[in-house]
Design a binder for this molecule. Structure first.
Ligand SMILES: O=S(=O)(CCO)c1ccc(-c2ccc(C3CCCC3)c([C@@H]3C[C@@H]3c3ccccn3)c2)cc1
Length: 248
């Protein structure tokens, strides 16, 4: 992927998102708005040009899967429709490399807002941990909005296009899923099993709705959809992996 025109941006945004994901939620600005077992979801209330863009940060711990497995199922287009219940269509516009793709997703309409689509590059990468050089166990998937010749977003200068080629308001998003595998080595030197694995997840998301929608509606959608999404996704990955050999 190093040769692709997007590579410098992919490299920069992925590094930025890794740093951002590692920042704690301790500093007062984050508001805890949902808890479910080990999952904690935080948000900041922010508006850009009167549009709600509330940044989200979720932390979660899932036993029995590795960070690679969690990121693999999040990145791969083959499984997305199994766990993403809010998209109507998904298309890979370009396969940049084995670890980088460009997606176009049409999201289900959220009444009374107009229907949205999302066009973004998605990049999967293993991250050497600067603090712990032999921790080869951190993986990240970063999704970030981009342009693409086969899905022009502009017509008459706005972000609205005619229904014929999909009249959707285009959201602008930056998302990062950072997963670290923790291994509790079995006492008796036995082989590692899934019972010895824990995956520590940090999910960060900023979605700009791209066009006006009532703040109250968007905040209700965010509050409802994010916990549902992360819970469904993590349970899906656990179920997909539980009877398969471990992949680090
Ligand atoms: O993590 S991902 O990369 C996984 C790949 O799909 C991703 C997650 C979420 C979105 C997303 C796109 C549109 C919208 C809204 C904006 C106005 C009307 C629709 C939302 C709002 C936040 C709420 C939401 C949260 C989670 C899931 C779906 N809905 C989210 C896109 C990508």
């Amino acid at each position: 992927a190093q040769s692709h025109v997007l590579w410098p941006e992919i490299d920069r945004i992925t590094a930025e998102q890794l740093h951002y994901a590692r920042q704690g939620v301790g500093e007062g600005v984050w508001e805890l708005f949902a808890e479910d077992g080990e999952m904690r979801m935080y948000k900041r209330e922010e508006e850009v040009n009167g549009l709600v863009v509330d940044p989200l940060k979720a932390v979660h711990t899932v036993k029995g899967v590795t960070g690679f497995e969690m990121c693999h199922y999040f990145f791969s287009p083959d499984y997305r429709l199994d766990w993403e219940t809010t998209i109507e269509q998904m298309k890979v516009l370009e396969k940049v490399s084995d670890d980088t793709m460009i997606f176009l997703q049409i999201h289900k309409r959220v009444w009374p807002a107009s229907q949205r689509d999302a066009l973004f590059w998605s990049h999967l990468r293993q991250v050497p941990d600067s603090r712990d050089p032999d921790a080869q166990n951190i993986w990240i998937v970063c999704n970030h909005s981009t342009e693409h010749h086969s899905a022009p977003e502009k017509s008459n200068g706005k972000y609205i296009r005619e229904k014929s080629n999909g009249k959707y308001i285009r959201v602008f998003l930056t998302v990062a899923l950072v997963c670290q595998t923790m291994i509790e080595p079995p006492k008796n030197g036995a082989q590692i099993t899934r019972d010895d694995l824990t995956c520590k997840i940090t999910y960060c998301s900023v979605v700009n709705p791209g066009g006006w929608a009532p703040a109250s509606v968007l905040r209700a959608v965010y509050k409802r959809e994010y916990p549902k999404f992360l819970k469904k996704f993590t349970h899906y990955v656990y179920d997909q992996c539980k009877n398969k050999p471990i992949r680090f």
